[in-house]
Design a protein around this ligand. Structure first.
Ligand code: NZQ
Ligand code: ZN
Length: 391
């Protein structure tokens, strides 16, 4: 196991009706004038926006609003939010929504406290050292941004989008309010995309070269098995509170790094996927559903026993010690069947991606300026092979 520092300062308020405590929580963290940031309308339709407004007003806290965050959040609205925060002297940001809204809020929070262009944090030119404090009311179990240090933004350029991430402890939410009932209204495709994303967050940590990490291996396995058990229940009955609650907490466990400490992590599949959602504007989870099994197939020979272990412990595939690659391959097939069973894609075609675009996707990866993958460091040829398997 490697040395590590674990820092997860977010206060979680979990359960029915917890959004009523929003105003009080903002007050606890010193907020006097809050930017309420949200997406395209689901929070208006569900009445959540109105309930949260009232809870904020009840505490005598002023409120300014900025809606309109799109999935795969864009730089344009971030610039707008930064200006708004400066003009209105905002001292707290509340994100009301999913990963896209939270990530947009994080970018605004950091950008408003920085003299340069906020994109510097995403291009690698600068690191986030300070940010306006922020909190979240989560409406979708997926990205794990409610407790993560990361933010992912798409820069709008004249020639399309460039999707990049940044990480900093300064971006971790002060609090996250998680009421599973708020996820009852999710369309099945968004529910399933979220399930794939959280599984992928665990898997990016599970496939590691670090030895002696039995506790985190088992935490990863328990989280994945629980997700696989709960997934069919939420797909069948979107109003199953207990299943929604388990899926919601799994999404947080998958990405607050409790499963990832002391071990190398990979993140190549996420890097490969971000180019798909940048080019085709597909759901992040749908892109991962296509990429992850292809990545597994390509890198399996690097540590076939780890893939066989995954197959055996997660999907109960019988271990063939003489031919562990047979077991490993069964695990990949089982994963694909699971994705399919919840309506997720496993090929380029299903997300509108085209094999002719592979050279463009490879250029977009910008491998001259960054590394991709730790379990196996990927060359351009490796990335091409993975995209070809997926196509
Ligand atoms: O905009 P509204 O109307 O709210 O609709 C949203 C959106 O269309 C809808 N939705 C959310 N909650 C709902 C709901 N519809 C009905 N009822 C509800 N309760 O769902 C759609 C997708 O929302 P989005 O926020 O985009 O989903 P998700 O949480 O999956 O976030 C995806 C983004 O997070 C990034 C991804 O790359 C992507 O941009 N990620 C962020 C990470 C992080 N910050 O740590 C890590 C992840 O790996 C990921 O890369
Ligand atoms: Zn993800």
């Amino acid at each position: 196991m490697e040395n590590f520092t674990y820092y997860s300062p977010t206060r979680f308020l979990f359960g029915r009706g917890k959004e009523q405590d929003t105003g009080r929580c903002i007050g606890d963290f010193g907020g006097k004038k809050v930017l309420l940031h949200y997406g395209g309308g689901s929070v208006v339709e569900s009445g959540l926006l109105e309930r949260v407004r009232e809870s904020i007003k009840a505490e005598g806290i002023e409120c300014v609003e900025l809606g309109g965050v799109k999935p795969n959040p864009r730089s344009g609205l971030v610039y707008e939010g930064i200006e708004l925060c400066r003009r209105e002297k905002i001292d707290f940001i509340l994100a009301l929504g999913g990963g896209s809204v939270i990530d947009s809020a994080k970018a605004i929070a950091a950008g408003a406290m920085y003299e340069g262009d906020f994109w510097d944090f995403y291009s690698g030119k600068s690191v986030v050292e300070k940010a306006i404090p922020l909190g979240t009311v989560l409406t979708i179990a997926a990205a794990g941004s409610e407790s993560s240090s990361a933010s992912v933004i798409s820069l709008e350029t004249g020639e399309g989008m460039v999707k990049r991430s940044t990480m900093s402890d300064a971006l971790r939410p002060k609090f996250s309010i998680m009421n599973p009932e708020l996820t009852f209204t999710l369309p099945p495709y968004q529910t399933a995309s979220g399930i794939v994303d959280m599984m992928a967050h665990v898997m990016e940590r599970y496939f590691t070269n670090t030895r002696g990490v039995g506790v985190t291996d088992r935490l990863c396995e328990g989280t994945m098995i629980s997700i696989i058990e709960e997934a069919p229940k939420v797909m069948e009955n979107p109003r199953d509170y207990e299943a929604r609650a388990n899926i919601m907490w799994a999404g947080t466990m998958a990405h607050n790094n409790i499963c990832g400490v002391g071990r190398q992590q990979d993140w190549a599949s996420h890097g490969l996927e971000h180019e798909l959602s940048a080019l085709y504007d597909c759901a992040h989870g749908a892109g991962l559903s296509v990429i992850f099994p292809a990545w597994m197939e390509h890198v399996m020979s690097h540590d076939v026993m780890r893939f066989a272990q995954f197959a055996n412990r997660i999907f109960g595939c019988e271990m063939d010690f003489e031919n562990p690659e047979v077991t490993a391959k069964r695990g990949i097939e089982s994963l694909k069947s699971f994705w399919k069973s919840i309506g997720m894609p496993i090929s380029f075609e299903e997300i509108g991606a085209k094999s002719e675009d592979i050279p463009l996707l490879l250029d977009m990866l910008d491998l001259e300026n960054r590394n991709l993958g730790v379990f196996v460091e990927l060359t351009r040829e490796d990335c091409e092979a993975i995209y070809r398997i997926a196509s």
